[in-house]
Design a protein around this ligand. Sequence first.
Ligand SMILES: NC(=O)c1ccc[n+]([C@@H]2O[C@H](COP(=O)([O-])OP(=O)(O)OC[C@H]3O[C@@H](n4cnc5c(N)ncnc54)[C@H](O)[C@@H]3O)[C@@H](O)[C@H]2O)c1
Length: 249
Amino acid sequence: MGQRFVDRVAIVTGAGGGIGEAYARALHAEGAAVVIAELNAEAGQRVADDLGDRALFVETDVGNPESTDAMAAATLDAFGGIDHLVNNAAIFGDMELAGLLNVDYDYLDTFMSVNMMGVLHCTRSVKRAMRNGGGGSIVNQSSTAAWMGISGFYGLAKAGVNFLTSSLAHELSYANIRVNAIAPGPTDTAAMNKQVPVEYQDPLVQSLAIKRLGTPDDHVGPVLFLLSDEAAWMTGHVMAVDGGQVTRI
Ligand SMILES: NC(=O)c1ccc[n+]([C@@H]2O[C@H](COP(=O)([O-])OP(=O)(O)OC[C@H]3O[C@@H](n4cnc5c(N)ncnc54)[C@H](O)[C@@H]3O)[C@@H](O)[C@H]2O)c1
């Protein structure tokens, strides 16, 4: 393992479990100070306690800009700067099963404020600190659902995340801030197993070129690459990490 993030400060939203926890652990192992920005206090504190030094849990609701401003302020207080942000948090495991035509509007408002606008709130909150530190990098967690066109409001929010990735890459280039995204395919987490119970997963797995579910660790390499200086000339890109679920020619 390299040490690409020594003296860097990284915020990972939704890092209290699942894929976000894997990002937080990997960034920490490569030398970063890591903020676990998580709504679920018990889960977030567990990860921070486990990591020990250079790790801080900050209770955060990414759907609320005041909360994300407080998240950035707490990060600056603790570690003196912000270099990297991973916008991973989303309502997913407990997501309501409804279509675009029958989803309750209040629920849809909350859902979009977290799953789509949360990316914008967090980015706005960290922008000044990143710019003052000479630049930084952001990776947004999208999904292949954005490209499949059949996943209702979940896919709609992720399509918005893709658009934000491209637009913010242009708006933030003046500050030397890069913005990319990854689009995971189906990945073995408690949340995914709740959405698609194990006994229904086989057709999904068979539709992939690589016939197994992804694991959180499958996403770590691509995300740390995009965050790192190795990707210095990459911005506005959405990278599929999906076992070949969605391919283009
Ligand atoms: N697992 C998959 O198959 C899969 C596939 C494609 C994309 N994704 C995306 O990957 C990310 C992580 O998914 P996961 O499977 O690890 O699920 P997960 O539920 O374990 O992770 C989401 C985390 O976000 C937190 N969260 C929810 N609302 C929040 C809020 N308002 N503020 C802060 N934190 C909040 C949750 O508490 C949870 O810890 C999500 O963005 C999801 O959409 C997952």
